[in-house]
Design a protein around this ligand. Structure first.
Ligand code: FAD
Length: 309
């Protein structure tokens, strides 16, 4: 109940106005967001690299409504790639299709993404280009995002991959589709409010499909990213890879900035590749609300901060 309420609020302009105005909610957001500026995000990335963790940088923003905003997001994505290279960071880039114009015009969005991928390929050094991940948004975009990746690969852009959500009923088919292509997949449970027609209402099914898809991806050997903070699932991955002799270098764990830093460090110390997703920018409202929905205990703190204003 609370979870779906929070996810509905994440799309409400009124709630956004009230919540973002409260300075304490802004300071709470800082737990999950590396800062407003690229400089702050690069500093956070450097600190994580020094601790042995790789990074995926994400300039916050989604559902843009104008071509200017989408082009500006593409320009920013390129600026991030150039900064990663210039500063020698162990980092790649995550972008959202609706941030690059998917709601405006699919061909326009694809052209923006191609500009970003071309620059990533130019900047890339051995052993490959800088990888660019298309984050997965709500189920309204799943087919278009998967098809976008297929189309980009068909045109030689193999430095791109996307994310699949185990809460969606269609995911096993998408796992097969993208594995056949050879593209890397980030596997997550899914952060959006979805109808039962497309998603499992029962979390046990989401977890079951996560583990099944995880095993398929690990065996396929397309360097999957297991993005979760769920210790049972992480243990299942450890056991499965050990039993099957799958090397620690052939996949990575991913976690969110500010979430389970202890677990990130522990896995890194055990020799696993761990990447931290580092969002930055001032459009943090929907991102923060999705993080609260994942752990409603945080809402008590957050509500207190808003009411004190
Ligand atoms: P859960 O069962 O939700 O949580 C497992 C444990 O982790 C619980 O103990 C829980 O309390 C703790 N935990 C989980 N989230 C938080 C939090 N925010 N704060 C504190 N503790 C927490 N979703 C998408 O839909 N599209 C994407 O592109 C996408 N990209 C992601 C990239 C990364 C690197 C990660 C880690 C997640 C991404 N997600 C994405 C979010 C994902 O779908 C889940 O909503 C989120 O990871 C929480 O699920 P979980 O797997 O950690 O398991």
């Amino acid at each position: 109940m609370l979870k779906s309420g929070l996810l509905r609020l994440s799309e409400s302009p009124t709630a956004k106005r009230i919540i973002t105005r409260a300075p304490l909610s802004r300071s709470f957001a800082q737990r999950f967001v590396a800062g407003d500026t690229l400089r702050e995000a690069l500093d956070a990335a450097r600190a994580l690299n020094e601790a042995g963790l790789s990074v995926s940088l994400d300039f916050l923003g989604e559902s843009v409504a104008t071509r200017d905003e989408a082009e500006e997001a593409a320009r920013m994505a390129i600026e991030i790639l150039e900064a990663i290279t210039r500063e020698g960071l162990n980092a790649n880039l995550s972008i959202k299709p609706t941030q690059l114009g998917l709601d405006i015009d699919e061909a326009f969005c694809r052209a923006n993404i191609e500009r970003v991928l071309s620059r990533a390929a130019e900047l890339g050094s051995a052993p490959g280009e800088i990888f660019v991940r298309l984050d997965m948004e709500s189920s309204a975009y799943t087919e278009r995002t998967v098809a976008l990746v297929e189309g980009l690969w068909a045109d030689g852009f193999t430095n791109v991959g996307t994310v699949l959500q185990s809460m969606l009923r269609r995911t096993p088919e998408d796992v097969a589709r993208l594995t056949a292509l050879g593209s890397r997949i980030r596997l997550v449970k899914g952060a959006y409010q979805e109808p039962d027609t497309v998603a499992f209402p029962d979390k046990a099914d989401t977890d079951r499909v996560y583990v099944e898809s995880m095993k398929t991806l690990l065996e396929a050997g397309t360097y999957p990213a297991l993005a979760t903070h769920d210790e049972q699932i992480i243990d299942a991955a450890r056991r499965f890879t050990w039993e099957r002799g799958i090397s620690k270098d052939s996949f990575e764990f991913q976690m969110l900035y500010g979430v389970r830093r202890d677990l990130q460090t522990r896995l890194q110390e055990e020799g696993y590749n761990v990447r931290v997703y580092v969002p930055f920018g001032d459009s943090w409202y929907p991102y923060l609300m999705r993080r609260l929905a994942e752990r409603p205990a945080n809402v008590v703190f957050m509500a207190g901060s808003v009411m004190r204003e």
